[in-house]
Each structure stands twice: as structure tokens, then as C-alpha cells.
Design a protein around this ligand. Structure first.
Ligand SMILES: [Zn+2]
Length: 301
């Protein structure tokens, strides 16, 4: 009988948790009917507030906390994704589409004290100009003009006549010639004397430089990650840091496409930084959710 009691007490914890086969259930029940000592043992184990139950509560509490954290992070991730999508859409829709020069794209008429009135074709929805003194020291100015439109303007802007702008140098020197970029690096003089080569509006390459830095940073974090095989804690931080260059590269591709040229550097750079911060937040949240899921699985087991 003593031997059977020992077996029953070994099984009792599982029995109280309903984790035994039907055969074992009937075996235990049979024994409990006939043995008072074991029955008392069983009654005690069934009571709530046992030390064993308390031990179980700790991982359960942890699991609940992690589930709550996961829920909050998922909500935040959704918000960040929506914001990133809106900013991306804006970046694409608002991207300047430069119009190659053609007859009548822009005309200039003299006004006032050496000033000029620029009138653009209806196709043009936005313009910019730059007035600068003669590099050779002559008493006159040159002017560079840029004319562009955007997908947004093409699709949604109701055409309200021709765009015009008044250029006044501010000093009583006349504007001798006005230039506009044509295709690529060429500029066309559409007003005045073209004896000066004109300042060529070169696409600035700084975005390529930042992109290169981002790729270098990503490679660096990848190497650090490989070197830290044995230190899981540090690896997590390397992964978190490495997500930023990844977000930057993705933002660059969304804002500037796969090229690195930009005619409007401040706009592009601002958009890339803004979008990359949003994407970085999203990536960090997604990474956090993924880690929580993994930890929850571990607790569950
Ligand atoms: Zn017994």
C-alpha cells in the first residue's frame, strides 16, 4: 500500500491540473476512495492559494504585461505606417517635374528699374529664379530660371491662368540675360545677350554622399553584428541602431528614386530625414513586437 501511495502522490499534481489520461484518472480515483491519507493530500493540493499556484502566477503576469505591451506597440505601428504612407505619397506627388525648354515655355518682358516680368506656359505650376551680378564685374545682372510642375499639380490643380513672376535686382543695373536649364546640364538663354555661358544649374550630388554614408553605416553595423555572435544583449542594440541606415536608404529611394541627383536639395533632404525618422520608428516598433512575440512563446512553454 505504501508503495502505491508514493506513486499516487507523484501523479497528484498532474491529476489536479487535469493533465492525465482517463486510465490514470480512474486509477487515482480508485485509490483516493480507499486511502484517507492520500485523499487529504489531494484536498490540500486542490485548495487555491497554494505556493505552487503563486509560482504559476508570476509567468502569467509577465505574459499579460507583454501582451498589453504588444497591443500598444501594434497600435503605434499602425499609426506610424499610416503617417509614413502619407508622407511617401506627398513626396511622390509633390516631386518637381522639370520641364525642358521649348519656345514659349517662358517669356520675359522688361519692367520698371531694370526688372523683368517672367510669364510661364500653362504647363508650369511652380517656378524659381536666381539673380546674380556679372561674374566679370560688368554693371549688369544675369538671371537663372527654373520651371517645373508636379504630379499633384497635374492631376488636382485647377489651372488658373499662366504663372508669372517679377524679377527685380534691387539695384539700378539691368538684367542682361536670362537662362533656363534645358535637358540635363545644358542651359538656354531665352532673353537678352547670350555672351555669358550662363550658370549651369547642376544637379547637386550631396544626396549621393548621404546615401553612401548610410550604406557604409549599414555595412558597419552588419560587421558588428557578425562579430557579436556571443553577446546577445549587445547584438540587440546593434540591430536597433542598424535599422536607421536601413530606414534612410528606403526613404531616399521613395523621395528621390534610385538616382542621387537633386535640383531641390533642401526639399528632398528634409523629406528624406522626416520620412526616415518615421520609418525608423516603425521598424523599431515592428522589431519590438517581434521580440515580444518570441519572449511570449518562451514563457508559454
Ligand atoms: Zn494512499
Amino acid at each position: 500500500m505504501r508503495n502505491e501511495c508514493n506513486i499516487i502522490r507523484d501523479i497528484l499534481p498532474l491529476y489536479t491540473e487535469d493533465m492525465v489520461s482517463p486510465d490514470t484518472v480512474s486509477y487515482v480515483e480508485e485509490h483516493l476512495k480507499s486511502c484517507e491519507a492520500c485523499r487529504r493530500e489531494y484536498e490540500q493540493a486542490k485548495e487555491p492559494g497554494q505556493t505552487k499556484g503563486k509560482r504559476d502566477a508570476v509567468p502569467l503576469l509577465k505574459l499579460r504585461k507583454k501582451m498589453a505591451a504588444k497591443k500598444i506597440q501594434t497600435i503605434l505601428l499602425t499609426a506610424v505606417c499610416v503617417a509614413a504612407l502619407l508622407v511617401s505619397a506627398f513626396a511622390v506627388l509633390d516631386a518637381p517635374i522639370y520641364l525642358p525648354y521649348s519656345e514659349g515655355l517662358v517669356t520675359a518682358e522688361p519692367v520698371g528699374d531694370g526688372g523683368l516680368c517672367l510669364t510661364f506656359d500653362e504647363e508650369v505650376t511652380e517656378c524659381d529664379y536666381d539673380v546674380y551680378p556679372d561674374p566679370d564685374g560688368g554693371s549688369f545682372y544675369y538671371c537663372d530660371v527654373q520651371a517645373w510642375t508636379s504630379l499633384w499639380d497635374r492631376w488636382f490643380s485647377d489651372s488658373n491662368g499662366k504663372l508669372s513672376a517679377t524679377v527685380s535686382p534691387g539695384e539700378p543695373y539691368p538684367i542682361k540675360a536670362v537662362y533656363i536649364p534645358n535637358d540635363g546640364n545644358e542651359t538656354v538663354c531665352f532673353y537678352g545677350d547670350a555672351d555669358y555661358e550662363g550658370s549651369i544649374v547642376l544637379p547637386r550630388l550631396s544626396l549621393g554622399y548621404y546615401l553612401f554614408l548610410a550604406v557604409a553605416a549599414l555595412s558597419w553595423t552588419a560587421i558588428m553584428w557578425l562579430l557579436m555572435k556571443k553577446n546577445a544583449g549587445l547584438r540587440v542594440w546593434v540591430e536597433r541602431v542598424g535599422l536607421y541606415p536601413l530606414a534612410y536608404i528606403a526613404s531616399h529611394c521613395i523621395v528621390s528614386g534610385f538616382g542621387t541627383t537633386s535640383y531641390s536639395l533642401p526639399r528632398d533632404f528634409f523629406l528624406i530625414i522626416f520620412l526616415s525618422l518615421l520609418l525608423y520608428g516603425g521598424l523599431l516598433l515592428a522589431y519590438g513586437i517581434w521580440r515580444l512575440k518570441r519572449e511570449m512563446k518562451e514563457i508559454d512553454q
